[in-house]
Design a protein around this ligand. Structure first.
Ligand SMILES: Cc1cc2nc3c(=O)[nH]c(=O)nc-3n(C[C@H](O)[C@H](O)[C@H](O)COP(=O)(O)OP(=O)(O)OC[C@H]3O[C@@H](n4cnc5c(N)ncnc54)[C@H](O)[C@@H]3O)c2cc1C
Ligand SMILES: *[C@@H]1O[C@H](CO)[C@@H](O)[C@H](O)[C@H]1NC(C)=O
Ligand SMILES: *[C@@H]1O[C@H](CO)[C@@H](O)[C@H](O)[C@H]1NC(C)=O
Ligand SMILES: *[C@@H]1O[C@H](CO)[C@@H](O)[C@H](O)[C@H]1NC(C)=O
Length: 495
């Protein structure tokens, strides 16, 4: 009798455990569906694998190219970065990814001169001799060109190291604003005023803002100094030395992360995400058209415990419907900016820039003039690091240029490739930073692009979203949206 009672008790305990386990979904691996295999989606898969180990099943949906906005373009057998190109030496996730994947960093992308062009004449250009460049910078911009480097270091890069520290400790935030606040509250303030106002308040001259900063905004975002200041501050980090890109092409990072994460790539277009079970935890369904199919009859669907949208869910930019949710799932209210990248193989027209010979032409031009059809004009280096037989120039513009416009820059070409990018948000003058969290276990990495769009930003957003998903799944709610205490200054790390 004693034994039977013992056995019965054991049985009850076991059954209860199994029941509770089933209730919380513990006996099965969580299923994660990621939409988009750019740097955001693939780094999210990588971070999820780090957090869950083997106990997670990850699917990544991709309708076009693994790598997304890092997809290269090929001319005469050489690849060139067509979208995201330059990476900052303080971008630790991108550095770590290249290390983990055994990729090589090219830290000397196209050494060469920079010119600032106003549509009529070259306002400023650097020299091959650094002493002369410093003298020219001092002459035109006073101390501003020097001060901007310190400013970026103190106001952007220092807070960034703090963000890496708290993400390493595992702190996660529901919204972009809370994440940035934890990093440094003043960066949130930058997003509430224009680039122009920010740099004026910080003591930079009108000439520096109208030429240097304007040129940087145009080449990086195709926009003016009237956009919100945070994205402007981030893009001024490009004035630093040590910028790099990946030998062989930046797209190899998302490709490598996809492999490393062991996620299952599903080629196809996601058409809808719906809530199939409102229970806690919820269950979601992703509908997709496999391959390149556009036939509704081919529609497939799969169920997930966690859904990560790793592509811009912005007005006019998304082809995904959100169905059967009790509250509406709204896109970020801002539109996306068209940037056209034209790659032209040929010799440039030096006299267009008021110079006699191609030899004296700077490698890279930023333009400052809104009526100038191009934002930048720059000599390109193949991602392989090899020298191409013929020179290739890249023109960024805000609309598709016509042949006559391009001929002004390069009168005769042997090849040309034009890539239209829905490139980055159309930034307003002041921004309401959106939420990463769309629903209980459904996230949007690209909410972070409203603060600033860059490869590293997507990786930072991916890390935060992976942490959010993990903590919610494992019930560690106390790790989400914690108030962090500021470390004392003595702990500030050297940059
Ligand atoms: C011209 C240009 C220049 C840039 N220069 C720089 C630079 O120098 N430095 C820098 O750091 N950043 C730069 N950027 C920004 C950088 O490229 C992006 O911030 C970054 O690559 C975004 O990565 P992501 O993974 O978040 O998004 P994406 O790369 O856009 O990935 C999203 C993926 O989702 C897929 N997708 C979308 N909808 C669906 C669907 N319904 N179903 C299935 N799949 C779907 C898309 O095909 C895409 O592959 C530049 C961008 C452009 C366009
Ligand atoms: C990068 O990798 C190193 C070594 O693995 C690790 O110590 C560091 O924390 C990583 N950096 C970030 C930002 O995760
Ligand atoms: C701006 O560019 C346009 C067209 O290229 C040109 O006509 C105009 O003179 C330029 N303005 C300035 C201030 O250089
Ligand atoms: C080069 O540019 C100059 C100045 O804009 C123009 O007059 C000339 O016609 C151009 N050369 C060619 C070959 O198109």
């Amino acid at each position: 009798m004693e034994n039977l009672t013992g056995f019965a008790r054991l049985c009850v305990v076991y059954c209860l455990a199994a029941y509770v386990g089933q209730c919380f979904g513990f006996e099965e691996k969580p299923r994660v569906g990621i939409v988009g295999a750019g740097i955001g989606g693939t780094s999210a898969a990588y971070f999820l694998r780090e957090l869950f180990g083997d106990d997670v099943e990850i699917d990544i949906f991709e309708k076009q190219h693994v790598g997304g906005r890092l997809t290269p373009v090929t001319i005469s057998g050489h690849n060139y970065n067509a979208g995201g190109t330059i990476i900052h030496p303080a971008n630790l996730y991108m550095i770590n990814f290249t290390d983990i994947l055994g990729l090589t960093r090219d830290t000397k992308p196209e050494p060469g001169r920079l010119g600032i062009f106003d549509g009529e004449e070259i306002l400023f250009s650097t020299s091959d001799y650094s002493a002369l460049t410093i003298a020219k910078l001092m002459w035109r911009y006073g101390m501003d060109a020097y001060n901007i480097q310190n400013w970026v270091r103190d106001k952007i890069l220092q807070p960034l190291t703090r963000l890496y520290e708290f993400q390493k400790e595992g702190h996660a935030f529901s919204t972009v604003e809370d994440l940035l606040n934890a990093m440094e509250p003043t960066v949130v303030e930058y997003s509430k005023k224009t680039v122009k106002d920010l740099f004026k308040e910080e003591g930079f001259s009108d000439r520096f803002i109208d030429e240097f900063v304007t040129g940087a905004m145009r080449v990086n975002y195709g926009q003016t100094t009237g956009i919100q200041g945070l994205v402007g501050a981030v893009s001024m980090a490009g004035v630093e030395r040590g910028l790099w890109n990946v030998v062989g092409g930046n797209h190899q990072v998302p490709q490598g992360l996809l492999r490393k994460s062991g996620a299952n790539l599903i080629r196809g277009k996601v058409t809808a995400v719906s809530l199939t079970s409102e229970g806690s935890p919820p269950v979601y369904q992703i509908d997709y058209l496999p391959g390149k199919s556009t036939n509704e009859d081919d529609l497939n669907s799969k169920e997930y415990d966690i859904v990560i949208i790793a592509t811009p869910f912005y007005n006019g930019m998304t082809d995904i419907k959100f169905e059967d949710f009790q509250t509406s799932i709204d896109p970020v209210s801002d539109a996306f900016h068209l940037t056209v990248a034209s790659f032209i193989e040929g010799e440039p027209n030096a006299s267009f820039f008021g110079l006699d010979s191609v030899d004296s032409l700077p490698n890279t031009f930023f333009t400052t003039n809104e009526s100038c059809f191009f934002n930048s004009f720059a000599k390109q280096k193949p991602v392989s690091g090899e020298t191409a037989e013929k020179t290739v120039y890249r023109v960024f513009s805000n609309s598709v240029p016509n042949v006559d416009q391009l001929k002004q820059l390069v009168p005769e070409w042997s090849d040309i490739r034009v890539v239209n990018w829905m490139a980055y948000p159309e930034y307003p003058s002041s921004v309401q930073l959106p939420s990463f969290t769309l629903h209980e276990q459904m996230y949007h990495i690209n909410a972070i692009e409203m603060a600033a769009s860059a490869m590293e930003m997507s990786a930072i957003g991916a890390k935060n979203v992976a942490l959010l998903a993990y903590y919610r799944y494992t019930g560690q709610y106390d790790k989400i949206d914690e108030t962090l205490t500021k470390p004392d200054n003595a702990q500030k790390s050297e940059l």
